[in-house]
Design a protein around this ligand. Structure first.
Ligand SMILES: [Zn+2]
Length: 503
């Protein structure tokens, strides 16, 4: 029986938004469980959709677990120094305490891999450096990571094994934790891998080019799985999170193996494959008018709705979920039979609820967050349906999640239906439409405020997918980010221009 310390500290940092992520945000919880300490780590993550949950399942009762601290902050602006030092300080403190009387045999940490704190652009690298300094070189450290990891040399240096999600949309969070547990068990039996290889891919991938359901990423993931045999402990691909500002931002390949030669060969194989398909990652990023006109054209002969991803207003990436650029384009081009979700506007859904079904409300919808280029859309809307906004998702992306997006109104203008909610929610599940009486398969065009997660549940019913860049808070094109730390020479898009350094 081994004695394994477990913990986690997760964040996906968008360095180009003004907000900061502070300690209270972790302490209080909300979308995620509040900061967990000691036995709470297990209580709050067991049988849940986290990496830690899968780790606990796979590790079972055969080892002694020493839970430290675990906190999930989702996505947002920079982690404050105070937040980083308090949580990491407590993690290291608990780790040292755990080692005082009885030695530890291993450490497992659930991390995201795209955390930037005010002081440390490579925040997880700094965290792992401190963990390593605490436990020494003989105690294996294994981590699990999000697919959007910006993997750094420092992170690889201080780890002995790692598992990265294989899916985007992410449907294998627990599975990834389980894979980490298997890697850890192997290392406990066979020893610490002696070979490590990391390859930084020389171009950035906007999130829209990262979906694992489509080529070329599908093949890259399949190749990584197939190569995890023999002396290869893990071979992984991470697609990177471009809104994080650090030198090593971008896609990476990483391998741990029982010889340096094996690690290098496996990493080179995957790297070569990615480089040879660089141009295949690119998809058109369309202006709203062009996307709507194309969707109307396609819908004339299409079997199934044409989807327009309103990707720059994806609340999962920091969007306000209330931009109106696509709505304006739909009205402008008379896209009757289109439906859109979710515009978050509590005042509008409240007004609609007061008037009741069949009534009309005249108001400025959405556009309330002073995002550049975004304004409310003024008009008279018919109230088609109302709901309390409580339902359980049944789609393939995140099934079984109990959702409460407050009072919801289905509003209609010029034959275009809009799901207007009181809270933000990414459009990753058909039930957002269905729960209020909209059958998405019967619509000609669906506008979804999502980047990629919608694909798991909507791809099976859609005929085409277009990506539109309406003004929003989540800027997709890395060429417009004011990077300060990004390495010079990395191409800003596949086959694109190299980064010349900060302005
Ligand atoms: Zn992710």
């Amino acid at each position: 029986m081994a004695r394994i310390a477990i913990g986690g500290f997760l964040h996906e940092t968008n360095c180009f938004v003004a907000m900061r992520t502070d300690y209270d945000y972790y302490a209080m919880g909300g979308e995620f469980p509040p900061l967990a300490r000691g036995s709470q780590v297990i209580e709050r993550t067991k049988d849940k959709p986290f990496g830690m949950s899968g780790f606990l399942d796979e590790i079972g009762n055969s080892h002694e677990l020493v839970p430290l601290i675990w906190g999930h902050g989702g996505a947002g602006g920079y982690i404050t120094d105070d937040c980083f030092e308090r949580i990491v300080g407590e993690l290291i403190g608990k780790l040292s305490e755990a080692m005082v009387t009885v030695p530890l045999d291993a450490v497992y940490l659930e991390l995201h891999g795209a955390m930037c704190s005010e002081t440390y652009p490579d925040a997880e690298g700094e965290l792992l450096r401190r963990v390593r300094a605490c436990v020494g070189v003989t105690v294996p450290v294994v981590i699990s990571l999000d697919y959007h990891v910006n993997l750094t040399d420092q992170m690889v240096r201080y780890c002995d094994g790692m598992a990265i999600y294989l899916t985007y949309p992410h449907i294998d969070r627990q599975h990834t934790g389980g894979r980490s547990a298997k890697i850890l068990k192997r290392i406990l039996e066979e020893g610490i891998p002696t070979g490590k290889a990391v390859r930084h891919i020389p171009f950035l991938l906007p999130l829209n080019f990262q979906c694992t359901l489509i080529e070329p990423t599908k093949s890259v993931i399949e190749a990584s799985i197939a190569a995890e045999t023999g002396n290869v402990v893990n071979l992984s691909y991470g697609a990177g999170f471009p809104p994080s500002d650090l030198a090593e931002c971008g896609p990476t390949v990483v391998c741990h193996a029982y010889s340096q030669d094996v690690a290098d060969k496996a990493a080179n194989m995957l790297e070569t494959m990615i480089l040879s398909r660089e141009g295949d990652f690119v998809e058109p990023l369309m202006e709203p008018d062009a996307a709507v006109m194309r969707a109307i054209e396609l819908s004339k002969t299409a079997e199934g709705p044409v989807i327009i991803a309103d990707t720059q207003d994806n609340p999962g990436c920091g969007g306000t979920s209330d931009t109106t650029g696509l709505l304006k384009a739909l009205v402008r081009h008379r896209a009757k039979g289109a439906a859109m979700c979710v515009i978050c506007d509590p005042a509008a859904s409240d007004a609609a609820t007061k008037i009741g079904i069949g009534g009309e409300v005249t108001l400025g919808l959405g556009g309330k967050h002073l995002v550049e280029g975004v304004s409310p859309y003024h008009g008279t809307y018919k109230v088609v349906a109302l709901s309390n906004g409580r339902f359980t998702t049944t789609g393939k992306s995140i099934p079984g999640r109990k959702v409460d997006i407050g009072p919801v109104a289905l509003l209609e203008i010029n034959g275009i239906e809009i799901v207007v909610a009181s809270k933000r929610m990414q459009a990753y599940d058909q039930d957002i439409f269905k729960h209020i009486g909209v059958e998405p398969t019967e619509k000609k065009i669906l506008v979804l405020k999502s980047t990629c997660h919608f694909r798991a549940d909507f791809d099976p019913i859609s005929s085409h997918t277009l990506i539109a860049l309406a003004p929003g808070a989540h800027i997709v094109d890395p060429r417009v980010y004011p990077y300060r730390y990004l390495r010079k020479g990395v191409r800003m898009l596949p086959k694109g221009e190299p980064f010349g350094g900060p302005e």
